[in-house]
Design a protein around this ligand. Structure first.
Ligand SMILES: NC(=O)c1ccc[n+]([C@@H]2O[C@H](COP(=O)([O-])OP(=O)(O)OC[C@H]3O[C@@H](n4cnc5c(N)ncnc54)[C@H](OP(=O)(O)O)[C@@H]3O)[C@@H](O)[C@H]2O)c1
Length: 142
C-alpha cells in the first residue's frame, strides 16, 4: 500500500491484520506521486516483489471553474492523475505484460466519460486515464 502519510498506512495495516487476516503480509510505502521522480523510485523499490495486480488509485480533484482554479493544485493533480499513472503503468506493463494472470487497474471516474462543468480539469485528467487505459488494453489484446 502506498500513500504519502505513513501513519495512515500503518493504521490501515493494523486494521487489516487485526480485523481481516493476521497472516497477511502488508507492506507500506510512503511516496509522493506528485513528484515524478518518486514514481520511478517507488517502482524500483518494489522490484524485489512479484506483483500480480498493480492498482493506480491515488488521485485528486479540483472543483472550480477554469478561470478560478488554483494552478498549484491543478499542476499537482495532473502529475498524480496523469504523469505518475502513466509512468507506473508503463513500467508495470514492461515487466508484466507477458506474465500470466497479472492485472493493471487504473481508477478513472464517471467524470472520465462525461464533461463536468465546474471540474473540467479533473474531468479532462480522468478522460486521459480512461483513454490511456482502454487504449493500453487494446494494445495488449486484453
Ligand atoms: N470519491 C469519489 O467520489 C470518486 C469518484 C470517482 C473516482 N474517484 C477516484 O478514486 C480514486 C480515489 O479517490 P478517493 O475519493 O478515495 O480519494 P481520497 O479519499 O482523497 O484518497 C486518495 C488517496 O490517494 C493518496 N494520495 C493522494 N495524493 C497522493 C500523492 N501525491 N502521492 C501518493 N498518494 C497520494 C491519499 O493518501 P495520502 O494523502 O496520505 O497521500 C489517499 O490514500 C481517485 O483516483 C479518484 O479520482 C473518486
Amino acid at each position: 500500500m502506498v500513500a504519502r502519510r505513513l501513519d495512515k498506512l500503518e493504521e490501515l495495516k493494523s486494521i487489516i491484520q487485526n480485523n481481516i487476516d493476521p497472516n497477511v503480509n502488508v507492506i507500506v510505502c510512503s511516496s509522493d506521486l506528485s513528484i515524478t521522480e518518486q514514481a520511478y523510485t517507488l517502482y524500483n523499490t518494489l522490484k524485489e516483489f512479484q506483483i500480480e495486480t498493480w492498482i493506480n488509485n491515488a488521485g485528486l480533484g479540483e472543483a472550480s471553474f477554469v478561470a478560478d482554479q488554483n494552478l498549484d493544485k491543478v499542476e499537482t493533480m495532473l502529475r498524480v492523475n496523469i504523469e505518475s499513472l502513466t509512468i507506473l503503468s508503463t513500467l508495470y506493463v514492461r515487466d508484466y505484460a507477458d506474465v500470466e494472470g497479472t492485472h493493471l487497474i487504473n481508477v478513472s471516474s464517471a467524470l472520465g466519460y462525461a464533461i463536468a462543468v465546474g471540474s473540467v480539469a479533473y474531468s479532462a485528467s480522468k478522460y486521459y486515464v480512461s483513454a490511456f487505459t482502454e487504449g493500453l488494453a487494446k494494445e495488449l489484446g486484453a
